[in-house]
Ligand binder design. Structure first.
Ligand code: KG4
Ligand code: ZN
Length: 347
């Protein structure tokens, strides 16, 4: 039997809906980036939640029309229910729950982080175990992914997230928001070795990340310049991107050493999340993979940033693994990846 899954993603500043099948066929997928935050240099939660409500009212009917399906055709309803900005989570979760309730169909609350971890599966078959780096605007985490639903957090950031550091450095350089694509663009013509930036926690040789010191170093560097011109901007952006790539490379090597000690034979390294769209990072991690005979796994570019297709796919995985739907689940701004994952149906 062919299953149809309807999903909503509204955890931050992308409003996204999708209808997909259990065969990974994307019948419709609409993502609207809320550009009204750009002038504030970051996401304004209240503006985001109001915009989600407004945008969803127009893109949900469009999604059904594009998919050529009616609400009666949907077998599973789901929404991102955490982690994220509570206003947006409540909007998406409440709408998807209401649809499920009205149609007497299951509702699955989906963890946004799990959505990112499974996003490469939308276009490829992935073997396990793998080492996955979750690189977003809110998180920087390294996971050992043993199978769908079995995630071990090996390390994460103690301060800023990696995407957040791109956004903050872009703000310092007056490049606008979101910072990642803007930095990547101007870094192409910059010298990545023009400025030496710090690698916080390097001496600790552990799997914790720290990015706030790099942002401070960039800030100090900019303050020291009499006048900041485009060449300086390009060189700082390239040096920053270079340092970030170097940090990721070192943390991957440390993680692999750690796993080797535990006799884990990891074959794949995956990069997921908005920052996984960065060409320079991908190119350099790919070199590391080739040199060490690992396969690099990446989501298709349209599934790197926040999107409802990955949420729908994660929902289907939960259903397939006999995990209970949960109409009573309350959206949570902080939601650890393993919470409510193991509540399987009693057969
Ligand atoms: O996964 P995502 O869309 O949302 C969260 O879950 O946070 O990630 C958004 C982050 C932003 O900080 C954005 O600046 C960053 O991903 N980003 C990039 C690139 N594209 C988006 N960072 C570096 N290079 C890029 N090309
Ligand atoms: Zn995300």
């Amino acid at each position: 039997m062919k299953f149809h899954i309807f999903s909503i993603e509204s955890s931050c500043d992308e409003t996204s809906v999708a209808i997909i099948t259990d065969q990974k066929k994307i019948l419709s997928h609409i993502t609207v980036n809320q550009e009204n935050h750009n002038k504030f240099g970051g996401v304004v939660p209240e503006i985001a939640s109001r915009a989600h409500l407004q945008i969803l009212q127009s893109i949900i009917p469009r999604c059904f029309k594009e998919a050529n399906k009616s609400i009666k055709d949907i077998d599973l309803f789901c929404a991102t229910s955490g982690p994220g900005l509570i206003g947006g989570l409540l909007v998406g979760t409440t709408i998807a729950k209401s649809m499920a309730l009205g149609m007497r169909k299951p509702f699955y609350p989906i963890n946004h982080l799990e959505g990112h971890l499974l996003s490469p599966q939308l276009t490829q078959t992935i073997s396990f175990p793998n080492l996955t780096l979750l690189l977003t605007g809110g998180h920087t985490q390294i996971y050992l992914v043993e199978s769908v639903g079995k995630y071990e957090l090996l390390g994460e950031t103690v301060d800023d997230a990696i995407g957040e550091s791109f956004d903050k450095v872009a703000k310092i350089l007056n490049l606008g928001y979101p910072g990642g694509p803007a930095i990547e663009k101007i870094a192409k013509n910059g010298n990545p070795f023009a400025y030496e930036l710090p690698h916080p926690l390097e001496s600790k040789k552990n799997l914790k990340f720290s990015f706030s010191g790099i942002k401070t170093a960039v800030n100090n560097l900019v303050k020291k310049q009499n006048k900041i011109n485009q060449k300086i901007r390009r060189d700082i952006a390239a040096s920053f991107q270079q340092k970030i790539t170097e940090i990721l490379t070192k943390k991957i090597m440390l993680s692999l050493d750690e796993l080797k000690k535990r006799n884990y034979n990891v074959k794949n390294i995956a990069l997921v999340g908005g920052v996984a769209a960065n060409q320079n990072i991908k190119k350099n991690i790919n070199k590391l993979c080739i040199n060490n005979k690992f396969k690099l796994i990446l989501p298709e570019i349209s599934y790197c940033g926040d999107n409802a297709a990955m949420i729908a796919w994660t929902c289907y995985q939960r259903y397939k693994n006999n995990i209970k739907p949960d109409l009573g689940f309350k959206a949570k701004p902080k939601l650890p990846i393993n919470e409510n994952i193991n509540e399987t149906l009693v057969n």
